[in-house]
Design a protein around this ligand. Structure first.
Ligand SMILES: Nc1ncnc2c1ncn2[C@@H]1O[C@H](COP(=O)(O)OP(=O)(O)OP(=O)(O)O)[C@@H](O)[C@H]1O
Length: 266
């Protein structure tokens, strides 16, 4: 089986006949921490969903560890943190139950929850500082806390690859740092991360590769951008009004494109 986590070739997605992704070529290798960047509506979430087979391609191919999504069986290898999900989907569930659901892909049929499952759930709750809320209904948590529950659910599954769609959106600075620390430990262990972000913030030091999506195409794939000056300040909102005006190309192109991302790349 291929150890390339994701391999998309000429990936295309259309909604109601409107192209949203156009000719995406993207391989993600083990140990990479890939940040998908770009302005609102550029196609980042669509790309994440297409990589996972949640949104069908209208053209091209995509593979998860060497298999088309429809034939991929080792879902325990993938931990997905979706964007702005209603945690629990209206079903009454405790924080611990939602986090424990991250173990399901690891559990064979008719296997009882074992000590390893319990330990993984406890560790995941600790990692997002929610151990003291384990028995509370998820609906009683704030939006940012619910986001942390989703992150813990992915952590509990102990996957090889994490796919996180804006994991730090609506999450306070301390928790962003907590997530960055947790991910850096996972990366040391050889885990792979694909994340969507508008602000890398504390995640910036662990990102190894920046992939910039502009209007459904990859306009830069390489060294991650580094915020400097005004734009490095916490809470700075990045708008990318000039994204559509710039030309795809090497580093000078993406620096100009990501208005607000300035300075020398690493
Ligand atoms: N289910 C859908 N049906 C129709 N159009 C959609 C659907 N999902 C996304 N789109 C459109 O596809 C385009 C890309 O959306 P997508 O959510 O992938 O962008 P994004 O880069 O993740 O944006 P953001 O940064 O705002 O989250 C947008 O124009 C959006 O309106």
């Amino acid at each position: 089986m291929s150890e390339t986590a994701f391999s998309m070739t000429d990936g295309q997605v259309s909604y109601d006949g409107t192209p949203v992704l156009r000719g995406i070529d993207l391989n993600v290798c083990p140990g990479e921490v890939v940040a998908l960047l770009g302005s609102n509506g550029s196609g980042k979430s669509t790309l994440v969903r297409a990589l996972l087979g949640l949104t069908p391609l209208s053209g091209g191919t995509t593979l998860i560890y060497g298999s088309p999504p429809g034939r991929f069986r080792d879902w325990w290898r993938i931990g997905y943190v979706p964007q702005r999900l209603q945690v629990g989907g209206g079903v009454p569930a405790t924080v611990q139950e939602v986090v424990a659901s991250g173990r399901i892909a690891r559990q064979r049929r008719l296997r009882w929850t074992n000590a390893a499952d319990k330990a993984a759930v406890a560790t995941a709750l600790e990692a997002v500082s929610l151990a003291d809320r384990a028995h509370d209904p998820v609906q009683s948590l704030s939006g940012g806390q619910q986001q942390r529950v989703l992150i813990a659910r992915a952590l509990a599954g102990e996957p090889d690859t994490y796919v996180m769609d804006e994991p730090t959106a609506g999450v306070d600075a301390a928790t962003q740092q907590l997530l960055a620390d947790t991910l850096s430990r996972l990366v040391v262990d050889g885990k792979t991360v694909v994340l969507v972000a508008h602000e890398l913030g504390p995640l910036e030091p662990i990102v190894t590769r920046g992939v910039v999506i502009r209007d459904g195409i990859i306009s830069h794939d390489g060294r991650p951008p580094r915020p400097e000056g005004e734009c490095a300040r916490p809470g700075h909102e990045h708008q990318h009004p000039h994204a559509a005006e710039t030309v795809a190309g090497p580093l000078p192109g993406w620096q100009a494109e990501l208005t607000g991302w300035q300075g020398e790349p690493r």
